[in-house]
Design a protein around this ligand. Sequence first.
Ligand SMILES: NC(=O)c1ccc[n+]([C@@H]2O[C@H](COP(=O)([O-])OP(=O)(O)OC[C@H]3O[C@@H](n4cnc5c(N)ncnc54)[C@H](O)[C@@H]3O)[C@@H](O)[C@H]2O)c1
Length: 330
Amino acid sequence: MRFTRVLVTGGQGYLGSVVVDLLSRSGFEVVSLDSGYVTDTRAALPHVTYVQGDVLDPASWQTALADVEAVVHLAAIVGDPACGVDEDLAMRTNYLGTIRVVEACRKFGVGRIVFASTCSNYGSTEGEQVDVWSPLNPQSVYAQTKVLAEHYLLSPHGGGPEPCILRFATLHGLSPRMRFDLAVNIMTASALAQGRIVVQGGSQWRPFIHVRDAASAILKCLRRRPGSQAVVYNCGSNEENYLIKDLAELIRHEVPGSVTDILGDVQDLRNYRVDFSLIRQTLSFTNSFRVVDGVREIRDAMMNGAYDDYLSPRYSNHLRALDVSHQGAL
Ligand SMILES: NC(=O)c1ccc[n+]([C@@H]2O[C@H](COP(=O)([O-])OP(=O)(O)OC[C@H]3O[C@@H](n4cnc5c(N)ncnc54)[C@H](O)[C@@H]3O)[C@@H](O)[C@H]2O)c1
């Protein structure tokens, strides 16, 4: 039964392509909106409507919001290195783009917006566990754009969509639009292809979540009762907080013959251990996968010959952003 029409911005991205698939299989009528900023292939799932458009230019796509009941807003320039290539573009896309999407939602009477934020908003917490009420301490332009967008979503602007904000842990695992610029994915790929896992420092904490679990959390947000009290959730699970050196050890164990190379103790500005109790208690969200599952599926896909070119710019938001910026400069 198709009961709700949902628009997913960034629907062709790493997370978006998994979300679009899950929502479509769960009975939603799905519209994907993506500018093609990082994706050059046109995904084509049956039953999904694909619209090419820039979130900054709603006039060109907002009619796609007709009869839409909820928006899942994922479109962004994603990651510290990619945002560093053109900080102004990152700020406009991630912050102003969110404002534009909310304004369009208001115009078309969209009732709900699920927003993809990030646990990197917490910055460096010296290993202290942080929860949704802890102060934010963004250490990069990327995190700053997300903090500002959250702030806007949480400000009252009469008649706008009800926000549900998910501060995701770092994603991992296979997606139709693969990324090899994420810690678990790149460390697994390099263990397999180079026999070596390079770790900078290693004593920093980082939480992880499988991309399919992240998509399931979004589904939970779409299904939660209107007017539910909590609007900001850390999205992940408590047992998936890892020290990076332990993550490397786990991967080394799963890729026989690989070695770990720890390069001194660099100061990583992102060091956070996150409490995910609220999403478990309020939305009954639990993860179905652990980091080891993401490692194994990537390892097996690579052993079957997929991703021989895992260092290609198409798998890296940073290299892709450099390409786009270079083309713009020509
Ligand atoms: N991947 C992670 O570890 C992670 C962690 C926390 C939060 N998030 C958030 O989840 C969301 C999805 O991340 P992802 O990993 O899928 O990244 P991604 O780069 O694969 O996906 C982002 C998508 O947005 C599109 N896009 C960029 N600019 C656009 C614009 N102006 N208009 C329309 N579309 C545009 C891109 O083409 C891409 O398909 C992002 O908002 C990100 O900040 C991701």
